[in-house]
Design a binder for this molecule. Structure first.
Ligand code: SF4
Ligand code: SF4
Length: 530
């Protein structure tokens, strides 16, 4: 054993944090792949871009695969969270901050300064730098040059596939985790990456459409240019638009009712896919403080209100007043939105008042603020202006602050600092809607066999949404939380098999249990009462 200060409490092998020679070689291979991308970023003119792109992406994949196999296949299958609070990169150490800085810088350049990635910087208007390295792949898939979004999409998909493989090895003792990870890999590769490229080949007038990205996550679905593009592309365009609307009002409510929001957040969504795979090493960094929980509730629901009002305002500006021109006038539209929200609010208050508990007040405040904003919009809005500002400015503000800075720069760039689900937890309006339904109208819950719990805290430590799972387990109480994305990691890392993700009848699903302290009650009386 070396003389260096070792903070590990492991009795068996205190130096277990070291990586093997094989892992060092794997790291070197992966870094070589990243180095080729860096050279391209610095405008190195590779003689054969297709070859160097293949080498770069190939090295990254091979490095990750070798590293992961050495890390997990050389050990028995089972819980593998050893050392996560002692490694610099996964415990907000120097390497964690450096990685966070690199990721946030990348997102800032991607969203706001794509010219530094080489977007259309050539003399002939073609790409240079990093983006030009991806031209051959883009040409192969859709016959056009790459954009910064194609580069991002490719690296995003690569990260989910490579780290998805690592994740499958790490959690190979748990079938749920394996199938779930194959699912997010499939949806990212097929639905988010390949299908939109092929759709472009078939009909290049159609707007980019990731079929699994649902409003309000896909916040530009109802923009005027998007709706016009769908409507001007015949049946296929109309079908896609109808699918987008059905996804909001029919498909997601049914699936959330049956399976909880996990069907989307942990099995389908691209943000969740990246968080679960590439972000897995940072899941324990989510704050479990009550202050974080309070902030989460206010922030995520404020974004939802912003999103609803912004989308309504966008659609409102391009509708007319005369029902002879088109049946959906501004009056009809705003009445429909207010009517729908009121119906949901009144139904919840009537049927679910008990389950809401203290949250009813916050819900009522949110509802009234939304309605007031919609009424102000209706009585002051014009074709050009909403809330006395240019209509496009509201949409741009949402796109910049929520769509880019919150979801990308902070949400992903801060993985090594805030944990892997900062966006899903604090900012995603889709997660807020699904969470609302999961809490009140879903069969999903995590059951706890409290008698078996040894209070080790593995579950709370691993919960990426900051839920103190152990608190529920100790009381034997079901976990029915809006924020739970049903990733199942709490269950996968529980050494006692206490936690189980289940879909069952809604009756008795929420079963708060008082904590019994010392002499607070006579236990025999309690048992006899039950
Ligand atoms: S409670 Fe469990 S299943 Fe839910 S988000 Fe946390 S770790 Fe995932
Ligand atoms: S539920 Fe399992 S993982 Fe959580 S504290 Fe209890 S024994 Fe540990």
């Amino acid at each position: 054993m070396s003389n260096k200060i070792n903070h590990s409490m492991s009795l068996a092998k205190p130096d277990a944090l070291d990586i093997t020679t094989k892992q060092k070689v794997a790291l070197a291979i992966g870094i070589t792949g990243l180095f080729i991308l860096t050279l391209a970023l610095l405008n190195t003119n590779f003689p054969n871009k297709a070859l160097f792109l293949t080498l770069s992406l190939g090295f990254i994949i091979i490095g990750t695969v070798i590293y992961s196999r050495e890390a997990y296949l050389t050990k028995l299958e089972g819980i593998k969270n050893d050392g996560q609070w002692f490694k610099s990169i996964s415990s907000r150490g120097v390497w964690g901050w450096i990685l966070g800085l690199v990721l946030t810088s990348f997102y800032i350049v991607l969203y706001f300064y794509p010219k530094y990635l080489g977007l259309r910087q050539g003399v002939d208007g073609g790409n240079t730098g990093l983006i030009s390295l991806f031209d051959p792949l883009s040409q192969l898939l859709s016959g056009r040059n790459a954009s910064q979004w194609f580069v991002y999409g490719t690296l995003y998909t690569l990260a989910i596939l490579a780290f998805g493989y690592k994740f499958i090895l790490k959690y190979r003792h748990n079938r749920y985790q394996q199938i779930r990870t194959v699912s997010v890999m499939f949806f990212q590769l097929g639905f988010a990456f390949l299908i939109p490229e092929f759709m472009y080949v078939m009909n290049n007038d159609l707007p980019y459409y990731d079929l699994k990205s649902i409003w309000p996550l896909n916040y530009y679905l109802f923009d005027e240019w998007s709706v016009n593009a769908f409507l001007s592309n015949g049946n296929i365009g109309l079908a896609l638009l109808v699918f987008g609307i059905l996804s909001i009002f029919v498909i997601t409510p049914i699936l959330t009712y049956k399976f909880g929001k996990r069907f989307y957040c942990s099995w389908v969504c691209g943000c969740g896919g990246l968080a679960e795979t590439a972000g897995d090493s940072f899941r324990h960094l989510s704050s479990k403080k009550i202050s974080a929980w309070k902030l989460e509730r206010w922030l995520v629901h404020s974004v939802l209100v912003f999103s609803v009002v912004m989308t309504t305002a966008m659609v409102y500006t391009y509708l007319g007043y005369d029902k002879n021109d088109f049946w959906l006038t501004r009056d009809v539209f705003i009445s429909f939105i207010i009517g729908f929200l009121t119906l949901v609010f009144v139904s919840v208050m009537y049927f679910k008042r008990q389950e809401l508990g203290k949250d009813a007040r916050a819900g009522a405040i949110g509802f009234f603020i939304t309605i007031v904003l919609l009424l102000i919009l209706h009585f002051t809005g014009t074709t050009e202006h909403v809330f006395y500002i240019k209509s496009g400015a509201l949409r741009s503000a949402y796109g910049i602050y929520i769509g880019s800075i919150f979801s990308g720069v902070i949400g992903t760039g801060f993985y090594p600092i805030l944990g892997n689900r900062a966006w899903c937890r604090f900012g995603c309006p889709m997660a807020a809607i699904l969470g609302f339904q999961q809490r009140l109208f879903s069969k999903f819950r995590i059951t706890t066999n409290g008698g078996q719990c040894i209070s080790c805290g593995n579950c709370s430590n691993s919960c990426e949404m900051g839920i103190d799972v152990r608190h529920y387990a100790q009381k034997g109480e079901n976990i029915v939380r809006s924020s739970c994305v049903g990733c199942g990691i709490c269950s996968a890392v529980c050494p006692r098999g206490v936690l189980k993700l289940e879909n069952d009848s809604m009756k008795g699903r929420i079963n708060p249990t008082e904590i019994l302290l010392g002499n607070d009650v006579n236990l025999m009386d309690l048992v006899n009462q039950k």
